[in-house]
Write a protein that binds this ligand. Sequence first.
Ligand SMILES: NC(=O)c1ccc[n+]([C@@H]2O[C@H](COP(=O)([O-])OP(=O)(O)OC[C@H]3O[C@@H](n4cnc5c(N)ncnc54)[C@H](O)[C@@H]3O)[C@@H](O)[C@H]2O)c1
Ligand SMILES: O=P(O)(O)OC[C@H](O)CO
Length: 672
Amino acid sequence: MRKVGEGVRSLIDPGNTLPHLPPPQEVLESAASARTSIDAGGGPGPHLVPSDRVLKLWRTAQAVCFDIDCTVAKNDQLDLLADFMGVGEQVAAITNSAMDGSMSLEEALEQRLAVINCTPADIQGFLKAHPAESRLTPGAKELIQQLQRRGVAVYLISGGFRELCLPIVRALGVPPKNLFANRMNWQVDDDTGMPTKLVGFDLREPTGHQGGKPLAIARLRELFPYETVVMVGDGITDLEAVQETGGADMFVGFGGVVAREVVMQAADWFVTDFDVLQESLPRHRVAMIGSGAWACAAVKLIAENTANPDNVDKYVPEVRMYTYEEEVEGRWLTELINERHENIKYMPGCFLGANVVACSDLVETVKDATVLVFCAPHQFIHRMVKTLAGHVSKDAVAISLIKGMRVRPDGPQLISELIRKELGLDCSVLMGANIAADIARGELSEATIAYSVLDHALLLQDLFERPSFIITLVPDVVGAEMCGTLKNIVALAAGFVEGLGYGPNTKAAIMRQGLNEMRRFAKALYPTVRRAAAASSDDTFFESCGVADLIATCYGGRNRLVAREFVAAELAGAATTFAELEAKLLNGQKLQGVLTSDEVQAILFRRGWEKDYPLFTTVNRIVNGQLPGSSIVEYKSAALLPMHSSADQSADDLRSLAISGGSNGGKLVAAA
Ligand SMILES: NC(=O)c1ccc[n+]([C@@H]2O[C@H](COP(=O)([O-])OP(=O)(O)OC[C@H]3O[C@@H](n4cnc5c(N)ncnc54)[C@H](O)[C@@H]3O)[C@@H](O)[C@H]2O)c1
Ligand SMILES: O=P(O)(O)OC[C@H](O)CO
């Protein structure tokens, strides 16, 4: 067989190939990743179901190399060319001898080419008769495109010929330079310089020899430091990719065109359909923990994104939603939600998405979830998180939409801290001017995602953002969460002002003082909170989670509404309690402001700060019946009045509730 030299050349542009690297032995010896047999799990093959280790390798592969013949292409290209040339049977006999091992790869290639004995014009005719798209195995293109979209490098390593394979490579969307394959050699006409006669193939290509595929992979690894390389193919030469030092880390046997017994038995994973591989690529599964008003509006945003066909690579469309089970109109709420795709009690009229599945079992809700969204009233969250401990993936990304905090004997605990501590997960928060019903109607809103891990924030932004729901990222979890928590106290003050019949000037004065106390208190508790001396882009309080949420809540929130009715009842001589009003006005929804006022006041009291936060202190005294609602406009003097501190009472209440979990007369209660 002649080599490329004088009078002999290739039809293919040499610029379209990876550079020639050091000779085989040198590369193989220098390659670091010696492969011993990987633990496929479950003993000898066939491994039709991947072990955890195999699945992990597949999901983390940085490069995937595919064989072409009978793998991404549904024929052996040379056999197909032989059929086209009318010598199919003779060539098939030689191919089978090579498969049996009774002939070397080089010998078989030489003999097959000699029998085919085609001209360049024959090849042109063949390519016309067999367009590349018609030669692709179903699912191959989709899998390869999905891998590429995820940043995985895709290579094609074929023992066939570039002349026949290049159109396939292009049809798959793989750059031609990522193809390893043999080249035909052509005798050229001395006069015209045109190729005329096939004279064998270029023996310098690794793929023309036994062990060529691991060698090609070793060369790749010399060029690019891939940590994990997977080989996918149907044949023994593909299997060799994991049997040589420096080759692939894992071998997926493909039996969708031809299922070869040896390959089936030895493969780390054996599949007959590319869809299996595609479906096994990691996609995020989201669990919503909560199903109240905000949880429903938020799950709608999420479900629209996960169901979007453009996101099929990124998300499992289904979103499970933990639903605290109760009877509504004589039916279980979960049943109703799953039937109507609407939570008729907490967010009537809002289509959640057919891909939202209500689930009354908290542990079942988070099964296999990679993103956990916490959105339940803060008084219930500690118990819920305790139930989840040991049942969530340690790699899951968590985000809390909860506005509230816990106070324990050893100090305050934000909900993101609780989640981090009990579940060992990084927890971002989403806070903002987000009245749930307005968002459910698709009205333009903004929100802040505060994060400590930027990658998590980017993932979460992608998950929540919609054309009418705009998200800004801020690296201050504690600051944003303190904003969302504390504004509920100010909203009570705003409600008192409304109930007393005052206009916007008074409300604005109360809100300004409230913002001032929010900023000081947050910074006093957590010195890392971003708070600039003047309005500035690095002040968390000027983001949506800060002043914007304060405005929205003080004008349109539930805390404001119930506080207004509380004072109105008082003025009408029919004083009532927050618990009664919550039950009467909110149809099961939960107020956060009254509990938060007690929680914050316990901290102020313990630290001797009550007089430094006169608005917070006055609100707490009104909430606890120690002062009339009208004292809100005299908060500076009202906070100085000597009295049995409301915080004494609050702290006692919190302690006794922590023990009994019981009710506290007319006041709202905190659960342990
Ligand atoms: N509603 C809003 O507009 C809004 C907006 C932004 C943030 N938030 C915050 O979101 C969080 C969740 O509020 P929401 O509006 O989704 O709820 P919600 O107040 O509308 O509903 C109360 C929820 O608590 C559930 N529940 C009742 N008893 C329970 C128990 N023992 N254990 C567990 N769950 C129980 C109910 O089933 C219901 O789903 C709160 O921290 C709130 O401050 C609310
Ligand atoms: O209705 P509220 O008072 O619980 O407030 C709702 C949201 O927090 C507003 O962003």
